[in-house]
Ligand binder design. Structure first.
Ligand code: HEC
Ligand code: HEC
Length: 303
């Protein structure tokens, strides 16, 4: 009897000690990382699907007014991918937009959004990437117009529009905001840019004629005439899951990929958080003309 009671106390002591143990860094979790990779849309940019390129091995062209960017190989191949990268190399790339050797990345890699990602989320993403098959595939050089071909041309943009700190700032303490502003980087496509490539803050999510691949990108603020004011939260969730709009049209272009290799894999709860966040944004009246631009448009009427 006494012996049993002693055992009871011992068990209680163990429980208390566990509860009091200092919170140690969680080990990186590749399963969580896979979900985050979908939420952050890494797959569509880093897989050259059009040419049936290998998963995450880069080489996908991203057309922009500055020229064509080619995404990098982010498989764990040691020579041509990121297989030799440490955790710090990886968090530095996403948080500060710098390579292990200190080279600055072009903002076509949307680190301006990812910069606010939680460190644990970055490490879980890395764990997932490192669990994939390494693919040997050399990175392809970007084909940019002068002066953008010059990596130093990134500096004015960085000075004006980019800052990063070691601790993730407080954006997105709320789930919808974290999913839209940080992981989903929706503004990188849905917000118009100024002449220096910075996002126009006053037109946050209000659409642009100069989206990726020469397509226009619609206004997704809740304005009733020019935005998604007429969509219910359920319409939005259905769209993110299936790519079908309330008028029966199916989604095209880069949003189709954002849904196929991204949003459609998220939980109903997360999609509802995105929808609620969008509907709670200030409505901005901004009509976006839906015309296909010539591939090398040289005058930009939005500036
Ligand atoms: C909109 C397209 C796009 C998305 C989305 C994107 N990337 Fe990239 N990424 C790029 C481009 C383009 C580059 C090359 C940048 C450069 O050369 O300056 C790049 C470069 C990188 C690099 C540097 C590789 C090297 O060898 O130096 C890493 C690491 C990386 N991306 C990881 C990710 C991860 C992880 C995600 C998802 C969280 C992601 N990227 C999402 C376009 C994208
Ligand atoms: C790579 C660029 C890109 C990213 C990133 C992106 N979108 Fe889109 N989005 C588009 C394009 C292009 C369209 C137009 C597609 C069409 O009309 O078929 C679109 C359409 C939409 C629509 C339909 C609006 C309408 O009026 O038809 C919604 C809603 C939307 N996006 C929400 C989002 C959200 C939320 C995110 C972030 C989680 C996001 N998008 C990220 C490019 C992007």
């Amino acid at each position: 009897m006494r012996y049993e009671r002693l055992l009871g106390w011992a068990a209680l002591l163990v429980l208390v000690l566990f509860a009091l143990a200092p919170v140690r860094a969680q080990p990186a979790d590749a399963v969580r990382g896979e979900y985050l990779v979908y939420a952050a849309g890494c797959i569509n940019c880093h897989t050259d699907k059009a040419d049936k390129g290998p998963f995450l091995a880069g080489g996908r062209a991203i057309a922009s007014p500055y020229g064509n960017f080619y995404s990098s190989n982010i498989t764990p191949d040691v020579e041509t991918g990121i297989g030799a990268w440490s955790d710090t190399d990886f968090t530095r790339a996403l948080r500060h937009g710098e390579s292990p050797s200190g080279r600055t990345y072009y903002p076509a890699f949307p680190y301006a959004s990812y910069s606010a990602m939680r460190r644990q989320d970055m490490l879980d993403i890395k764990a997932y990437l490192f669990a994939q098959t390494p693919v040997r595939r050399e990175n392809r050089s970007h084909e940019l117009r002068f002066p953008f071909s010059w990596r130093f041309s990134i500096y004015p943009w960085r000075w004006l529009f980019f800052s990063s700190t070691e601790d993730a700032p407080d954006v997105g303490t709320e789930r919808g905001s974290y999913l839209v502003e940080v992981l989903g980087h929706c503004a990188e496509c849905h917000t118009p840019r100024n002449i220096a490539g910075g996002l126009k803050r006053g037109k946050h999510l209000a659409g642009t004629r100069y989206g990726p691949d020469g397509h226009s990108v619609p206004n997704i603020t809740p304005d009733s005439e020019t935005g998604i004011g007429g969509w219910s939260e359920a319409d939005l969730v259905f769209f993110f899951k299936t790519g079908l709009k309330p008028d029966g049209d199916d989604v095209q272009g880069s949003m189709r990929e954002t849904i196929e290799d991204g949003l459609s894999h998220l939980t109903a709860q997360d999609l509802a958080a995105i929808a609620a966040y969008l509907k709670a944004q200030p409505a901005i009246r901004h009509a976006v003309r839906a015309t296909r631009l010539p591939p090398a448009a040289t005058s930009f009427d939005e500036w």
